[in-house]
Design a binder for this molecule. Structure first.
Ligand SMILES: [Cu+2]
Length: 147
């Protein structure tokens, strides 16, 4: 019974959460040699995503794999890129301006999808607590309470 509930909590689809309303979301991403900050952004499928790219040092770019969209930002300037996140999955954002020796390693991540992991882990934690109560309450105590 507990095992079944745990399996459900871990793998069952969340019908409501799989289709959250699409929103317009803006992220400010700071670029400096050789990283993006934040290094990863998460959006829901269908969201209209605006990335405000700010360069802290030299000219940097941001190219989103598979989406094929890109921008470049001059030092101290903000560039804006807007696109609809209509492809689910995890995509690399990479610098497309040669900005120094470690330029090929300047990589960020765009995650398009619902973060069900949090809900699943909460459900599993709740079940674990319930299971421990059932398993570890001494049998005689249960008998006394039910008399
Ligand atoms: Cu760069």
């Amino acid at each position: 019974m507990i095992t079944m509930a745990a399996t459900l909590a871990a793998f069952a689809p969340f019908p409501v959460l799989e289709h959250p309303p699409a929103r317009a979301r803006t992220f400010r991403v700071e670029a400096s040699q050789y990283a993006y900050s934040p290094g990863a952004i998460r959006v829901n499928p269908g969201d209209t995503v605006t990335i405000e790219l700010v360069s802290r040092d030299v000219v940097h770019g941001l190219f989103v794999d598979d989406y094929g969209v890109s921008i470049t930002a001059d030092p101290g300037q903000t560039s804006r890129l807007t696109f609809v996140a209509d492809k689910a999955g995890s995509f690399r954002m990479r610098c497309n301006v040669t900005c120094g020796a470690m330029h090929p390693f300047m990589i960020g991540k765009l995650n398009v999808g619902v973060n069900t992991w949090l809900y699943r882990s909460l459900a599993l934690a709740g079940l674990a607590v319930a299971a421990s109560f059932i398993l570890f309450i001494p049998k005689n105590k249960i008998r006394q309470e039910t008399v």
